[in-house]
Design a protein around this ligand. Structure first.
Ligand SMILES: *Cc1c(COP(=O)(O)O)cnc(C)c1O
Length: 454
């Protein structure tokens, strides 16, 4: 158990208190360790990167989480991205409740699927047809199968540091050497799968030119995250993404945008609209389910006619298009379409980021706060431009770890790893963000204090 540490009253009159009770979470985690590998149902939840035990959450409302010990947090993990409207959003809750009394699943079509699909198709350029699945992983796995079927080729090109779910073809990391066939990044993935995936560094035009010069007629697709945000926030140059579009087109390979995070986060049109680039296949997840398990992949009519039952690419799902999940998604997207939604969210995020960055600059701390739209990421380095995975120094993570601990004690919840980005939701109030700014300044002051005991 950790209780009351210090407190500081900021110049703005905001009291920062440190206290955290973990008794119940520790007890529950002990029990969970006997039930699940590592005590969790998704690895990063285990808090391994930040030590300590995960907090067992009892409840979420607006921008806040409460754990089983009664600690309250301002949440910037937001369920890893889906909760752009915060917790327990009224519109989503009412829509889900209305559906609940009508049954949970039918295994037959509903009008809800049409409605959510129309929302997406009408608002995201380049998508004429789509298919709903139940997770981002499933969407990506299916998108790859579709690209392979359409091109009649097997190889895919992915970028080091981009995460596309845990299907076999995508759990692959770079081998040694400039351009080599990939190595599996998980036990249990056959080498023969990994050899169909080429992994290169982000932002490296020469590498991709080389890959096409070697394997041109074997490459089915190049796949990239809308904004790479699963391994730090590696904002790419628009020109580079345009180049990816050109070179794929030139070699009749598909360009897949994995917009599982960026879809309806970066704006209604996602990364495709941000870059002004037309991808062949787009994948979604997270936000389009409003907090329920939903994924989707889509593209042109011609491409999507490859999918069963129209075409030869098999893909199915017992709970695909689940009516409760569709209701949540529709209720979420309706709110995102309101005028100025994204402008307001970005303005809020920018004001928080600017205030923190000002303190960093004043103090000369070795940390850069990267941000785009309503996403942000602390990089403990002085490098002002970070485009590829190897720009991130693993040794800098001890600072993140310390910051994370202090933030938790002060009631601010970040994803438990220095490689994870933070998300601001529309539920975060100006007061929430002002408090967060003071807490982060306080935490950074401690992180950069000399001779700190870690
Ligand atoms: C979260 C994520 C996935 C995987 O989605 P799941 O729903 O966790 O399977 C795929 N791609 C990106 C970019 C993601 O952020």
């Amino acid at each position: 158990m950790e209780v009351m540490f210090l407190k500081r009253i900021s110049m703005k009159g905001i009291t920062v208190r440190e206290r955290l009770n973990r008794e119940k979470s520790e007890e529950l985690f002990e029990k969970a360790k006997g039930l699940f590998p590592g005590g969790v149902n998704s690895p990063v939840r285990a808090f391994k990167a930040v030590d300590g035990c995960p907090l067992f959450i009892a409840r979420g409302d607006k921008a806040y989480l409460w754990d089983e010990d009664g600690n309250k947090f301002i949440d910037f993990c937001c369920s890893w991205g889906p909760l752009i409207l915060g917790h327990n959003n009224r519109g989503i809750r009412l829509a889900v409740a209305a559906q609940l009394s009508k049954g949970l699943s039918y295994g037959a079509p509903t009008v809800l699927e049409n409605t959510l699909a129309e929302f997406i198709i009408n608002n995201v350029e380049h998508i004429e047809k789509l298919r709903f699945v139940s997770s981002g992983t499933e969407a990506l796995m299916s998108a790859i199968r579709l690209a392979r079927a359409y091109t009649g080729r097997d190889k895919i090109v992915k970028f080091e540091g981009c995460y596309h779910g845990h299907s076999d073809s995508l759990l692959v990391k770079a081998g040694s050497g400039l351009v080599t066939l990939g190595k599996t990044s998980s036990a249990g993935v056959p080498d023969s799968f990994a050899q169909q995936t080429i992994v290169i560094g982000l932002g490296d035009s020469a590498a991709i030119e080389y890959v096409f010069s070697q394997f041109a007629d074997q490459i089915a697709a190049v796949i990239i995250e809308g904004i790479p945000a699963n391994n730090g926030l590696l904002i790419q140059e628009k020109g580079y993404i345009k180049f990816l579009r050109e070179i794929t087109e030139q070699h009749n390979a598909m360009l897949i945008f994995d917009e599982v995070i960026t879809g309806f986060r970066l704006g209604i049109g996602g990364a495709a609209a941000y870059y002004g680039v037309k991808p062949d296949i787009v994948t979604f997840g997270k936000i389009i389910g409003g907090g329920m398990p939903v994924g989707a992949y889509g593209g042109s009519k011609a491409l999507m006619s490859m999918i069963s039952p129209d075409g030869p690419v098999y893909q199915a799902g017992t709970l695909s298009g689940n009516p409760v999940a569709m209701s949540a998604g529709i209720a979420a997207l309706k709110q995102l379409l309101k005028p100025m939604f994204y402008e307001k969210l970005e303005r809020k995020t920018r004001s928080m980021v600017t205030a923190i960055q000002k303190h960093i600059t004043q103090q000369g701390y070795e940390v850069v706060l990267f941000s785009i739209g309503s996403m942000f990421w602390f990089s403990f380095s002085t490098q002002q431009v970070m485009r590829k995975a190897e720009d991130i120094d693993p040794l800098s993570m001890h600072r993140h770890k310390l910051m994370h601990k202090i933030l938790l004690r002060c009631g601010v919840y970040f994803g438990p790893s220095g490689y994870e980005v933070g998300f601001v939701s529309s539920a975060h109030t100006a007061a929430d963000l002002r408090y967060t700014v003071e807490v982060i300044k306080y935490a950074l002051d401690q992180v950069f204090q000399e001779n700190i005991v870690q």
